[in-house]
Design a protein around this ligand. Structure first.
Ligand code: 5GP
Ligand code: MN
Length: 343
């Protein structure tokens, strides 16, 4: 069944603009994940098949385990190609915003360029509470991934026959990474029907799983071991687990980009734990990842205390305090937050 967010009149009007446009840009969010890279590339490959040129841009780099995806080498990164991206935005006719719904999610400087651009803006996204900045907002907060929405975008244009293995690989990656390998409550029968269709189009699911998840190096496993041995705190009375890492600890363990991906889910997998937090020091800021089970809205907690957001069961935020102070603030604020949920 087609997703009703893709209104036919809006789609027709958007495609009229795309046919006339000279410069079409497709943006994903900061610290891109599998859904951000997968959904932007899938849209790019689909538009290419329709004879429409586009350029994928991300604010900054992405983990090596996503680099096998077709055309990742054509992606422009704002932190590396600032001048080129600035020029492209200045002349852009259409700007797609995928897997985010507030322009600040691409970072401050790039966000400002987007805010000041007169291009026609399009949002395709599944996060809560979209900002009102786009001419076309295709938002479905119940969807498991933006990749699923890109599939449904293609479906609503009656273009599924254009969907090949290349587009399929990108969509499958977004589905898989944003659903924890089809395990989160956001997965629906439609998600599996889409996966089935992608496999029938030539996607080799076992290879994608290997490329995404069998990527450990001894260093990464040792970093995980160190984190669990030394930096895991379980708070049984709050059914919560907290892990943290400083820049120094990561440097000491030869940490590379993407190494800590999934650590927070390991904390959440502890029996009896239904809220997991990972506090990670970055160069200028401390990033926090929240994961939960059931109806604990970690996005609300993150918004309330760390200027962040995300989904009910997966959210992020940031703190200007030290790692230790951030952990202490979380421990101080959590009891009242969890208590108030009971009412
Ligand atoms: P992660 O913990 O994997 O970085 O992020 C989990 C989810 O929260 C993702 O869906 C991501 O888009 C969202 N998220 C992460 N950091 C932030 C943030 O600083 N602000 C907002 N609004 N969402 C975030
Ligand atoms: Mn996503």
């Amino acid at each position: 069944m087609q997703n009703p967010i893709f209104d036919k009149t809006q789609l027709n009007s958007l495609f009229d603009e795309l046919q006339k446009a000279k410069t079409i840009l497709i943006f994903g969010h900061k610290s891109p994940d599998g859904d951000s890279i997968g959904s932007t590339l899938a849209l790019h490959h689909y538009l290419t098949k329709k004879g429409i040129k586009s350029q994928v841009i991300h604010p900054d780099g992405f983990p090596n385990f996503l680099k096998w995806m077709p055309a990742t080498d054509s992606i422009l990164l704002f932190d590396k190609h600032k001048d080129q991206v600035t020029e492209l935005i200045a002349k852009a006719d259409v700007i797609f915003n995928l897997d985010y719904n507030e322009q600040s999610r691409v970072g401050r400087d790039l966000g400002e360029l987007l805010v000041n651009s007169n291009a026609t803006k399009v949002i395709i996204d599944h996060h809560q509470q979209p900002d009102d900045f786009a001419t076309y907002t295709f938002s479905d907060t119940n969807s498991c991934s933006t990749a699923q929405l890109v599939y449904e975008f293609i479906e609503s244009n009656n273009d599924l026959e254009l969907l090949d293995e290349t587009i399929g690989n990108c969509i499958y990656t977004g589905l898989l990474t944003d659903t924890g390998s089809f395990r989160f409550p956001s997965v629906t029968p439609k998600t599996h029907l889409i996966a089935a269709d992608l496999i029938s189009k030539g996607v080799i699911h076992s290879t994608i799983h290997e490329q995404l998840f069998d990527i450990n190096t001894p260093e990464r496993l040792k970093l995980l071991g160190y984190t669990l041995n030394n930096k895991l705190e379980v708070l049984p009375e709050l059914n919560t687990a907290i892990i943290s890492l400083t820049v120094k600890e990561m440097l000491d363990h030869k940490t590379q980009k993407g190494y800590t991906e999934g650590f927070v889910n390991t904390a959440l997998s502890i029996f009896g734990v239904n809220l997991a937090v990972f506090v990670k020091e970055d160069t200028h800021i401390v990033k926090i990842s929240f994961r939960s089970k059931g109806d604990i809205p970690v996005n609300e907690f993150s918004k309330l205390h760390f200027g962040g957001g995300g989904h009910i069961n997966a959210a992020g935020g940031a703190s200007k305090m030290s790692v230790e102070e951030t952990v202490n603030k979380i421990k101080a604020e959590l009891p009242a937050f969890l208590e108030q949920l009971k009412n």
